[in-house]
Write a protein that binds this ligand. Structure first.
Ligand SMILES: [Zn+2]
Length: 434
């Protein structure tokens, strides 16, 4: 089901709406947000210089560092009294990034999530269990309001206690699961330990997964555990921009439809900042054109993707962003080679005999880097031959995929860490070794 008329506008109608909202936003931030005015003055551009969408590229970028430098409310365009909600994303270092919402922002957020929930197959008859951590993180409450808005029944079970999660799932007849892909797999694993067959004893048919990359291999794994008829779609957002709801896949799973009437996407070369031609891979930059409290302009997401303008079979006309190939932040440089953890994941999930859990360890070995991939066997075995074959297969595939030699360590089933939130699968020990 298509939730909103704006998802089917012609390109011309969409661009007219975007331009009008962009002009309004630029005028407002120039007037109300001092750091923006400074940046724009330095770049020698005034709000009235924005005459077409093409002029967007003349505006300066905003980064996470700008949010940190102006902690907590320095980039806000409204007085604090007008905020209805504050969220924050936990920074790994120092202060968190703080975001705020006016009443209007809350409505836009709810609208955006309603759209991506419908695109992912949800409707008012669904029982939606939200296994994201409630709290300062935007994921849980974002999905909560959007799904509630379309009339679904919400089970706000949050994270933790997988046995209880599964009891609710069974007893309440949960049909839709909101979780990270890795936690969804973990739940299926616990279900089996409890004697519950996720495919026969549970009614879950829709997975709205997010907050982690959903690779094709991971989607296959979801089907293996939850049933091949489960519709697993990924959606995208980040708290700086709003939370979930920036974009989401439809049932055709060919990229995530961007809510373009609220977010203008651009793809840039992450090194030079130059806007790349249509269809090329690069860093996603988003401009929020309808936000009141925190209207970020040209926010550098650090996520690597490309934009797809070809029409989608679902009938939506909004541009799609390809499923992410990895955050430029997450990229590891190992012996001079760029390595995305998602590449290693693809190898692990594509190898028979291995479960979906793994750990990547990078350390300094003399003057060189050493890459170790710990993988978990699906079934314990004493057969040396079998173990050797699996190890060799992973090593060879990694060599082809990355062009690097890696040490592969096979672990017994159920030994690697499981995660309820975002999985932490990379340990880069080089920083500590310096
Ligand atoms: Zn579509």
């Amino acid at each position: 089901m298509i939730w909103a008329r704006e998802e089917t506008l012609s390109r011309q109608e969409m661009e007219a709406l975007q331009l009008e909202r962009l002009k309004e936003t630029v005028f407002r931030v120039y007037e109300k947000v001092l750091p923006y005015r400074k940046k724009m003055d330095e770049a020698g551009i005034k709000p009235e210089d924005i005459k077409s969408l093409d002029d967007l590229k003349r505006l300066p970028f905003v980064t996470k560092q700008d949010l940190r430098d102006n902690y907590p409310f320095g980039l806000f365009a409204v007085p604090k009294e007008e905020l209805l909600r504050i969220h924050a994303s936990s920074g790994t270092t120092g202060k968190p990034t703080v975001v705020g919402y006016t009443e209007g922002d809350m409505q836009v957020w709810t609208e955006c999530v309603s759209r991506i929930a419908c695109a992912g197959g949800a409707d008012k008859n669904d029982v939606a269990q939200i296994c994201f951590g409630y709290g300062m993180f935007t994921g849980a409450l974002g999905l909560h309001y959007g799904l509630e808005n379309i009339g679904a029944t919400i089970v706000p079970s949050s994270t933790g206690n997988s046995e209880k999660q599964l009891m609710y799932m069974k007893d309440f007849g949960t049909t839709l699961l909101v979780a990270t892909p890795s936690y969804a797999l973990r739940l299926a694993e616990v279900a089996r330990e409890m004697g519950i067959d996720p495919q026969k004893d549970l009614k879950v048919k829709i997975g709205l997964v997010g907050s982690e990359l959903l690779t094709d291999a991971m989607r296959d794994e979801m089907h293996k555990y939850w049933g091949s008829d489960m519709l697993v779609t990924s959606n995208y957002g980040m708290s700086e921009l709003m939370g979930p709801g920036v974009s989401g896949e439809c049932e055709y799973m060919c990229g995530m439809h961007i809510n373009e009437d609220f977010f203008i996407p651009e793809i840039i070369n992450p090194e030079t900042g130059e806007v790349l031609p249509e269809g090329e891979w690069g860093e996603l930059v988003i401009t929020c054109i309808k936000k009141e409290a925190l209207p970020l302009i040209r926010y550098r997401t650090k996520d690597i993707t490309r934009l797809i303008y070809e029409p989608c079979k679902c009938g939506r006309t909004t541009v799609r962003m390809e499923n992410l190939s990895g955050r430029s932040d997450d990229m590891l440089k190992i012996r001079g080679v760029n390595v995305f953890p998602s590449q290693i994941e693809e190898v692990v999930l594509g190898t028979a005999g291995l479960g979906p859990h793994y750990e990547i360890i990078v350390e300094r070995d003399g003057y060189s880097d050493k890459l170790t991939v710990r993988v978990e066997l699906l079934k314990a075995t004493d057969s040396f031959k079998e173990l050797e074959a699996i190890e060799r297969a992973v090593r060879n595939k990694l060599k082809v995929m990355l062009g690097l030699d890696a040490k592969v360590m096979l672990e017994s089933p159920n030994t690697l860490a499981r995660f309820e939130g975002k999985a932490k699968r990379v340990r880069d020990l080089r920083k500590e070794q310096k």
